[in-house]
Design a protein around this ligand. Structure first.
Ligand code: PHE
Length: 463
């Protein structure tokens, strides 16, 4: 008799695990920056509209593919249509490429968390601290291993006892932390060198008030593409994760409402991250401070902000890096699970073996990523103009090139080969209604593939 496939114990477990995957570094270090740069409220509106249309269509499709086939990303697509095995391979390769460098960044977070928890947070604000740390040959690797092991322990616990249980503890904590820090950020104020008082509430305006000055068709296009690229990454789509998690969703659970809840969760946390970061950076560093994102924001600018907060800084910094650590862990757990479920399916091995194999692969590539900042240091310029090391190259290849290809192929598979009705049938099989049905069909057949193609061409530097 075939062993019953493990599953989440209910809708809440599924939603929290999937939201845990969606809420990650992207929400914290990229969304606030993009929103502040791309016209504040304008970006928020565009993002929200895209989430409810484009994001909804892709997320629903992936979760439904998972639940319908009950298979992992590597094997699910070819189950639906002959000739789609390469899509499965690609969807499994994306998380395999992301995993090593996500663990390296996770290791940096562990390092900063430990620094703040032990009361030594101010050291991280010194010029050159971050560069000094990542160019070190042993420190970052040690922290990467800690982060990787934590991730492996959760995934070894399985779907219900590992991933679901972990998400149910960590996600509520994450929400509480982000609310505390956001409220604090809105109450701070400081006087700059010229004697002007800057308050957190003024900083909030940069995030929420739509800025229509200088808006042209071209700049609107940029806002649209930025929002779409961000959304795509933020919802963890096109990397097999939602297919894997969908395969663990119970047939009787309501998929439409689960998808809606994941979207709301992810967007609300991204917005709150903005409320937490933008006012603080504005108060202590002015508008110039808002120009950094990614590692520069999190590991260089924010420690300086915490230092300026005085006594409270070390405490708030510790809460902040605990929050980031939670967000990063629930995401890395999902990346690992996408690969592990694929290995289990394809090679008929058990969970322990699959976790160890992928753990070793991630570790070996992770060593390479760490060495990219010292022994193997080089610089190349990517088609999008960014100067890159090994980590950035892996990030670029997976996010900017492979993910849009996976998503376009998924749209073709569903929109034109098996037909959107298959997905609608899966969603409604338990008697629930499929809201936004026409929207879904139009999205998956026409709008999403076209937008994705534009995004891909942009990544290649063609437009
Ligand atoms: N969705 C996550 C974020 O917003 C990122 C992520 C990437 C999660 C890859 C899983 C896998 O940061």
């Amino acid at each position: 008799m075939e062993k019953k496939k493990s599953s989440f114990t209910g809708s809440i477990g599924f939603v929290l695990a999937a939201a845990g995957s969606a809420v990650g570094l992207g929400n914290i270090w990229r969304f606030p920056y993009l929103a502040a740069r791309d016209g504040g409220g304008l970006f928020l509106v565009v993002y929200l509209v895209l989430a409810l249309t484009f994001g909804f269509a892709l997320l629903t499709s992936e979760v439904a593919i998972g639940r319908m086939t009950g298979k992992s990303p590597l094997t699910a697509y070819s189950e639906l249509a002959k000739g789609f095995k390469p899509l499965g391979v690609l969807a499994c390769l994306v998380p395999m490429i992301i995993m090593p460098y996500y663990c390296v960044i996770g290791g940096w977070v562990v390092k900063y968390f430990l620094a703040f928890v032990t009361g030594a947070g101010t050291a991280t604000a010194q010029d050159g601290y971050f560069t000094g740390f990542i160019t070190d040959t042993t420190g970052p690797l040690g922290m990467t291993i800690v982060f990787l092991l934590l991730t492996m322990v959760v995934v070894l616990g399985g779907v219900d006892k590992g991933i679901e249980r972990f998400s149910k503890i960590v996600m509520p904590l994450l929400v509480i932390l982000i609310i505390i820090i956001s409220v604090f950020a809105l109450t701070i104020s400081d006087t700059d060198e010229l004697g002007n008082v800057r308050t957190g509430l003024e900083g909030l305006k940069v995030l929420v008030v739509p800025d229509f000055t200088n808006i042209t068709l071209k700049s609107f296009f940029t806002v649209l593409m930025d929002a779409m690229g961000q959304l795509f990454y933020s919802l963890s789509i096109a990397m097999g994760i939602m297919v894997a998690y969908g395969s663990y969703m119970r047939k009787e659970d309501n998929m439409s409402s689960a998808v809606g809840q994941i979207e709301i969760f992810d967007t609300a946390i991204a917005f709150l991250a903005g409320v937490m970061i933008i006012p603080a950076v504005y108060v202590f560093m002015g508008r110039e401070g808002m120009e950094s994102s990614g590692p520069g924001l999190m590991f260089v600018s924010l420690p300086k902000v915490f230092e300026r907060m005085g006594n409270a800084g070390n405490f708030i910094g510790a809460l902040f890096f605990a929050l980031v650590l939670f967000a990063a862990l629930t995401s890395s757990v999902s990346i690992l699970e996408a690969v592990v479920s694929s290995f289990m399916d394809q090679f008929k091995i058990n969970r322990v073996k699959a976790v160890i194999i992928e753990g070793v692969i991630a570790l070996l590539l992770g060593v390479l990523v760490c060495l990219g900042y010292n022994k193997l240091y080089f610089e190349i310029t990517l088609p999008n103009g960014a100067v890159a090391q090994i980590l950035d190259i892996m990030d670029y290849v997976s996010n900017n090139l492979m993910m849009p290809i996976v998503a376009i192929a998924t749209c073709i598979l569903i929109g034109w080969i098996i037909g959107p009705q298959k997905i609608i049938d899966e969603v409604t099989a338990n008697g629930e209604k499929f809201g936004r049905r026409t929207l879904y069909i139009v999205m998956i057949r026409f709008v999403a593939p076209v937008l994705l193609l534009i995004l891909l061409l942009k990544a290649f530097g063609i437009i």
